[in-house]
Design a protein around this ligand. Structure first.
Ligand code: UDP
Ligand code: MG
Length: 315
């Protein structure tokens, strides 16, 4: 690693007209202190407002800023993925445009990386958001930790600084339905958390509603774990065992006490419980099958429609 490493900053952006310029100017001010130089890659994830026009105007006066526009909205994770494929710095940072990841932390994160860490990831010490969202996030990260095959750090998002070799490895992964923070853990190398307090959005509205947050949460579990499949097996075994015990009870009643169980409710109960368990298990398999289908179809994670200041990329 050179003594003065350069930094590429990837900023995924969807309809951030209210804050994009503030965000770029704060990044500019902070990054100017880096002696190795920097560039900023704004990934426009299908914005429909005037975010792109604002970025282009900014680029006129700031040649170190680049624009990569995707052909439609592919989602935050795909936008990050796209940005990483064109990031050429010795280190690559991922940061949200809404200033929830404070740009001012980047120089310290780079310094930390220079001490020999390939990944320095932000860990949210606190969050400025509603209590129910905080609780949901808290539970989710711990659940993810329990189910995932690698130890995914809790409360760590995509905000990070990575070495170019980690980015090169991530770029090699052809996985669809990406959950970047889990892949980032998977590639290994030396990684360390960087605690920070996560402020509220500086302006505009989050584009991820409850539905998309749940989708992202499900992607996270499916991409990091095969445990739900095993649980389906355990569920099946458990229900079968109960059924077996029940059958034994009926047999005993018949042989020893010469009585036969009667009743509609017992039958219904058995049918409902069994039916439910079967449907749940099929659903779990279905989710994984969906991922397999995505993978087999082999469509790209994103399509680039236009670039500015990115000479190496096909337009
Ligand atoms: N974003 C994106 N594509 C999307 C949704 C969001 O590129 O489909 C960007 C958004 O502009 C922001 C970052 O990803 O820079 C995080 O989005 P948001 O603030 O909505 O998510 P949250 O902070 O609630 O996780
Ligand atoms: Mg945000």
């Amino acid at each position: 690693m050179p003594a003065n490493p350069s930094l590429s900053v990837v900023v995924p952006v969807l309809n951030e007209t209210e804050i994009i310029l503030e965000s770029l100017s704060r990044l500019d001010t902070v990054l100017a202190s880096l002696t190795g130089g920097f560039d900023i890659i704004v990934v426009d994830d299908g914005s429909t407002d005037d975010t792109v026009e604002k970025v282009e105007q900014w680029i006129d006066a700031h040649p170190q800023v680049r624009l990569l526009s995707l052909s439609r909205n592919f989602g935050h994770q795909s936008a990050i993925t796209a940005g990483m494929t064109v990031a050429k710095g010795d280190f690559v940072a991922i940061i949200d445009a809404d200033l929830q990841d404070p740009p001012e932390l980047l120089p310290d994160m780079v310094t930390q990386a220079q001490r020999g860490y390939d990944v320095v990831y932000g860990v949210r010490r606190s969050r400025d958001s509603k209590w129910y969202k905080r609780t949901a996030y808290w539970c989710y990260y711990r659940l993810l930790r329990v189910v995932s095959e690698q130890v995914i750090p809790v409360d760590a998002g995509d905000f990070s600084v990575m070495s170019s070799r980690v980015v090169a490895e991530l770029n090699k992964l052809a996985e669809r339905g990406r959950f970047v923070r889990s892949l980032r853990t998977w590639v290994g190398f030396k990684q360390i958390g960087f605690p920070y307090d996560r402020p509220a959005r500086a302006g505009g509205a989050p584009s991820y509603g409850i539905k998309r947050l749940f989708q992202l949460a499900a992607t996270g579990v499916l991409a990091s774990s095969r445990l739900p499949l095993k649980l389906a097996v355990y569920l099946g075994l458990g229900v079968s065992a109960l059924g077996f015990l029940w059958a034994l009870k009926i047999l005993l009643a018949r042989l020893v006490f010469n009585t036969a169980p009667q009743g509609f409710s017992a039958t219904m109960l058995a049918i409902l419980i069994l039916g439910g368990a079967q449907l749940v298990a099929i659903g779990v398999v279905g989710y994984y099958l969906g991922r397999v289908l995505d993978q087999v179809e082999g469509r790209p994670n994103f399509i680039i429609s236009r670039t500015v200041n990115l000479p190496d990329t096909k337009k």
